[in-house]
Design a protein around this ligand. Structure first.
Ligand code: BGC
Length: 764
């Protein structure tokens, strides 16, 4: 049998390794193996392992790396990102294995954020399924596909808590809640890494962006973040720590500063907290050119920043090339001790070892496997199901939905035909041409008794500057050249001929994600005008939203008959919209981020404090915490979402009203499906501690259960609560619980809860 490339390369590695005195890696203890290798590395080669370059298909930052191949040959690179396909990966890996002195395999990173080629809904949408098991499965599928395509490291999960929807990257995370965010972070790490990272269908995960990136001031991307340590610990750090607890292999430092020092060079953050307190054992990578950017933050020259970053605990430099430029000199001057360089290098080599790269640098990637395992019918089916589960029904007056399979439907709006937008931002290797538009999917699903009329009605955006900005980041918006009035006129005439109007409105995918902050969160003006004109016809209007963040929709909420939030639903998003519109799937998604009434309310989140002057609903009382011109409450609260059926809740029953120490409380409600269709309900548990040594949130999510009920079916849903669930950080930043009164709240969302009170003391 003719040896293939892989056999030749592996053989040459083994020969090289044994010549260098290395024993084959598979049976070798990692420490001994890595120490042995380190012992043979020059300082330059060690520094090379701290250098990550971007090459290949996408440019995901302001600078493109050059001379990648030369860097691979001379061993001054740990890996690359933005390059995939078995052929390309093999070519570069063969170069590393065949031509670099020590034949150290490369990492191949990529932003596999919500699927590789089978693109799932954007992460914010996935979170709205409130289903960690299925989210884990989506990460598993993504890992399988991406690894078949040669990728071995993903820059995911992104777990930044965000309370400000002006920030476009809210689309990439799980929303505003630390508890749910933590569960999802862990699910994703498990999904990517599996239980054995050496298996060729896993990916090394990278939790990002550490830390507090979601709290950038005014929602403007890359802006300053600043908060008390207590707030960090209580709300923002939780999901990163959860990912570390789940064994995430790498961490990405965030662009922003933390307590006045950029995260990239923040020793308290990257060493004190991450390693010493949390026990993180993997490696830390910077974000794109973030070491260079420390200069603009005001931290001094790039050379100095490289020193700061290294000493802070930042192991790998993404694209800045500051480490390869300066660390040797800094080491010679004793400014950057070689021991630190060696430790950082060890961490990177350990990650490669754990991935099994020393045993199989190609991890079984090949055309055949890629062909067989990527974008399979099963994966697509799963993506369709997951997309339907991520949609949130925000309004459904007079049971406008599901649509009847007879009569005339007018499908208007600029997004009905867009396939690119369905994929959302960070859609990795996804190809929008394999998606089906909402228009086509609705046509396919409608059946012979339905006629579909179509009018575009408006452009996605009208502002020419915005249009150009979006198109320069790949939005691919081709504006209709007709005037606004002409387009609206056509849409109104179309609506008049229909029984029901489905208006597909919202954002271009490029209006959310990285570097896509917005100061106004309404529908773009032209779309808003269109909607108003169509509503005026008196026809029932179903607003189908596509967007990557909460929008401000007070007018829409008051005037549309139904509103279905579909986010960016991924490669099967079009079909999933049709499934939900026609009732093939009964919507079950619940918001994980509050929808404000206007941007002036932002930041807006459910787990806020009461303040000393809470507003209790009487507008005649003056000196209270409220707005004169808008309610304090969100338009749609955290946890909210409707179904085509309805559910009722009994009062909360507690197993006891007085507890001590490690006793367990059981809180139960009976939930009944009071409608005419089977449906899924997400029963949510919140806990409040009205009095404590530090002020507490009005409530904190501490549990939830999803139950599927047939019409008329009733189910008792119980939560077991222990003192662990009562813990919080006190002003010494100690995580513990304090005795006192507690309110247990259970219900369908954060604003409609049934409560019961109890007392919990420390000892029995
Ligand atoms: C983003 C990261 C991403 C990296 C690599 C950066 O601009 O902030 O989230 O992983 O680019 O593409």
């Amino acid at each position: 049998m003719k040896p293939n490339h892989f056999t030749i390369v592996l053989f040459s590695w083994l020969v090289a390794a044994s010549l260098c005195g290395q024993t084959p890696p598979t049976n070798t203890n990692m420490d001994a193996f890595v120490s042995g290798l380190l012992g043979r590395m020059t300082l330059e080669e060690k520094i090379g392992q701290l250098n990550l370059l971007s090459t290949g298909f996408d440019v995901t930052g302001p600078v493109a790396s050059k001379n990648v191949e030369a860097n691979v040959r001379n061993g001054s690179i740990a890996g690359v990102f933005n390059l995939y396909t078995p052929a390309r990966v093999r070519k570069l890996q063969e170069l590393a294995m065949g031509h670099s002195r020590l034949r150290i395999p490369l990492l191949f990173g990529y932003d596999v954020i919500h699927g590789h080629k089978t693109i799932f809904p954007i992460p914010l949408a996935l979170a709205c399924t409130w289903n960690p098991e299925l989210i884990e499965k989506s990460a598993r599928v993504a890992a399988n596909e991406a690894s078949a395509d040669g990728v071995n490291w993903t820059f995911s999960p992104m777990v930044d808590i965000a309370r400000d929807p002006r920030w476009g990257r809210i689309a990439e995370g799980a929303g505003e809640d630390p508890y749910l965010g933590g569960l999802i972070a862990q699910a994703m790490v498990r999904g990517y890494q599996g239980d054995d990272l050496t298996r060729s269908n896993t990916l090394l995960a990278c939790v990002k962006h550490f830390a507090l990136y979601g709290a950038v001031e005014a929602g403007r991307d890359y802006n300053t973040a600043d908060m008390s340590r207590l707030t960090m610990y209580q709300y923002y750090l939780w999901p990163y720590q959860a990912a570390v607890d789940a064994g995430v292999g790498s961490v990405m430092a965030s662009f922003n500063e933390v307590e006045g020092v950029p995260a990239t060079g923040n020793r308290w953050l990257l060493t004190g907290l991450l390693r010493k307190q949390w026990g993180f054992k993997g490696f830390v990578v910077s974000d794109y050119t973030a070491i260079n950017e420390m200069t603009l933050h005001g931290m001094g020259s790039v050379e100095h920043d490289a020193e700061l970053a290294l000493k802070a605990g930042l192991d790998m430099d993404m694209v800045s090339e500051a480490y390869v430029k300066y660390l040797k000199k800094l080491a010679a001057e004793k400014a950057a001790p070689e021991a630190i360089i060696e430790t950082a290098c060890r961490r990177v080599l350990e990650a490669k070892y754990k991935l099994g790269l020393f045993a199989d640098p190609f991890r079984g990637c090949g055309e055949e496997r890629a062909e067989r395992e990527i974008l399979t019918p099963e994966n697509r089916k799963f993506a369709r199901d997951l997309a339907a589960r991520s949609f949130v029904l925000l309004k459904n007056a007079d049971q406008t939905l599901p649509l009847k399979r007879s009569g005339v439907i007018a499908l208007i709006g600029p997004l009905a035909e867009s396939r690119r937008d369905l994929l959302g931002s960070w859609s990795a290797a996804g190809d929008w041409k394999s998606a089906t538009s909402i228009l086509d999917a609705v046509k396919q699903a409608a059946g012979a008794e339905v006629s579909i009329l179509r009018a575009r009605g408006a452009n996605l955006v009208d502002d020419p500057v915005l249009l150009e900005t979006l198109n320069s980041s790949g939005a691919d918006i081709v504006p209709d050249q007709r005037s606004r009035q002409e387009m609206i006129k056509e849409a109104v005439a179309t609506a008049q001929k229909a029984d029901v109007v489905v208006a597909t409105l919202g954002e271009s995918f490029a209006m959310s994600g990285e570097a896509a902050s917005r100061s106004e969160l309404g529908l773009p003006k032209g779309q808003e005008e269109l909607l108003k004109a169509v509503v005026k016809t008196g026809k029932p209007v179903v607003l189908v939203l596509m967007n990557g963040r909460p929008l401000t929709l007070p007018w829409e909420e008051a005037h549309c008959s139904a509103i279905l939030e579909t986010w960016f639903g991924g490669i099967e998003g079009g079909h999933a919209v049709a499934d939900v519109l026609f009732g093939e799937y009964n919507p079950s998604g619940r918001l994980t981020t509050s929808f404000p009434r206007n941007t002036g309310q932002i930041p807006l989140y459910y787990n806020h404090k009461t303040t000393g002057r809470p507003y209790l609903g009487d507008p005649h009382v003056k000196y209270v915490s409220r707005y004169l011109d808008v309610a304090n409450s969100p338009l749609f609260p955290f946890g909210f979402g409707l179904s085509y059926t309805s559910f009722s809740y009994s009062k909360v029953r507690l197993s006891r009203r007085a507890l001590a120490g490690d006793q367990t409380l059981v809180a139960t409600v009976d939930v009944t499906n009071t409608g005419r269709r089977a449906g899924e309900e997400t029963v949510q548990l919140y806990i409040t501690q009205p009095v404590a040594s530090v002020t507490r949130s009005v409530e904190d999510l501490r549990g939830f259960q999803k139950i599927f009920l047939q019409p008329g079916e009733e189910r008792a849903v119980s939560f077991r609560i222990t003192a662990e669930d009562l813990k919080f950080y006190n002003s010494e930043l100690r995580y513990d619980w304090e005795p006192g009164d507690f309110v247990i709240r259970i219900g369908p969302d954060s604003s409609q809860l049934y409560s019961a009170t109890l007392h919990w003391t420390k000892s029995q």
